[in-house]
Design a protein around this ligand. Structure first.
Ligand SMILES: C[S@@+](CC[C@H](N)C(=O)[O-])C[C@H]1O[C@@H](n2cnc3c(N)ncnc32)[C@H](O)[C@@H]1O
Length: 365
């Protein structure tokens, strides 16, 4: 029988660790710009919605914050600093001294926590701890958190939809690694998994947050777009997906492996159509604020960065599936294809928006 702690050891698709040229730490300025774009809304939400009475009712003198899907930095430190600053200002404005703050940095067990720990800001004004495990399950004791933050992490599914991995269904998404331009069965399977995962995420956080505790989530969305016919959306994955297929034709990798490789990411969702519907049906959380923002700071300086930012995110996943040794060639082939089709890097045409939502844990009856 499963116990509630089993979920802390999930399947793993973490970002590329370390601080080398292909690491997430060196290739996540896009995600950093999202955190910067949301800073004002996040701090505003804390000013208006962070309930000091909820803190004093639940603990003597300690505020517990969790950043879920923190990776190895540096973006998580920026987000946490923004949160801590806003909390301190709120206490100051009420002539109260700020309680001690403890921040839990969570990511999957195989995340590069060493790099994270080594780069903890030296003059930070909070205590820090790493928490390994999947945020789709329970990570913390009941009613122990006051504020949860997560950015660029909730598009990652807990696992690939069963329909894509069950061999008895055939290779449902043959020839693709993502759900753009995919058969509607594959698209629907991704959407179903996304919904189930969000529900599991909300259920776990509902137990862990104190009454009136808040949760701020930041992620990419697309709105008012039919990505099935849009030229640009998902094109990077389509182009990348064609590389292992070319390599299979040359006998460099097995075709069967290519057919069963899919990226467990549901990044092209509509905040209005998909996510808000899920949030609105939650019995545990109220929606306190939601913003759709342009991410004007997101720039792609050159082809190398365009390729590296995808490599930083997908290298571990690709190696886990195909084995080590194909990644360099795969991304060299991808770089060539991007050179032939540079329009793919046209950020405005990607039509990405940022979605920032603040939820509050309803007081239990
Ligand atoms: C794109 S990174 C975002 C990192 C950081 N929040 C930022 O904004 O730069 C997504 C992170 O979410 C983590 N992640 C994905 N699924 C997860 C899960 N189920 N539980 C915990 N972390 C997860 C990944 O390992 C990865 O480090």
């Amino acid at each position: 029988m499963e116990n509630e702690f089993d979920s802390v050891f999930p399947k793993s698709y973490v970002m590329k660790g370390g601080e080398g040229p292909h690491s997430y730490a060196q290739n996540s300025t896009g995600q950093k710009s999202a955190i910067e774009a949301a800073k004002h809304h996040l701090q505003n939400a804390i000013t208006k919605k962070f309930d000091l009475k909820a803190i004093s009712a639940s603990s003597e003198n300690l505020i517990c914050i969790a950043d879920l899907g923190c990776s190895m930095g540096p973006n998580t430190f920026i987000a946490i600093q923004n949160i801590v600053e806003a909390i301190q200002l709120k206490y100051q404005s009420q002539n109260q001294s700020t309680p001690e703050i403890l921040v839990f940095f969570n990511d999957q067990a195989s995340n590069d926590f060493n790099t994270l720990f080594q780069n903890f800001p030296p003059n930070r004004n909070y205590f820090a701890a790493g928490i390994p495990g999947s945020f789709y399950g329970r990570l913390f004791p009941k009613q122990s958190l006051h504020l949860v933050h997560t950015s660029a992490a909730l598009s990652w599914l807990s696992e690939l939809p069963k329909e894509l991995t069950d061999r008895s269904c055939g290779a449902l998404n043959k020839g693709r690694i993502f759900y753009t331009n995919a058969p509607s069965e594959a698209y629907d399977a991704y959407q179903r998994q996304f919904k189930m995962d969000w529900e599991a995420f909300l259920q776990a956080r509902a137990q862990e947050l104190v009454d009136n505790g808040i949760m701020a989530c930041l992620m990419n969305v697309i709105n008012d777009i039919d990505f099935k016919v849009d030229l640009y959306l998902g094109k990077d994955f389509e182009l990348l997906g064609s590389c292992p297929m070319d390599m299979a034709k040359l006998g460099l990798i097995q075709e069967e492996k290519v057919d069963t490789f899919n990226v467990p990411l549901c990044s092209l969702i509509s905040s209005n159509l998909d996510l808000m519907k899920i949030l609105e049906t939650s019995e545990d959380f109220s929606i306190e604020q939601s913003e759709v923002m342009d991410n004007n700071c997101f720039v792609i300086p050159n082809i190398e960065y365009f390729v590296s930012r995808l490599r930083a995110v997908l290298e571990v996943l690709i190696e886990n599936h195909f084995g080590v040794g194909i990644v360099d060639e795969l991304f060299e082939r991808f770089t060539e294809k991007v050179r032939e089709f540079p329009k793919i890097m046209d950020v405005p045409k990607l039509k990405f928006h940022l979605f920032f939502v603040v939820l509050k844990r309803k007081v239990k009856a």
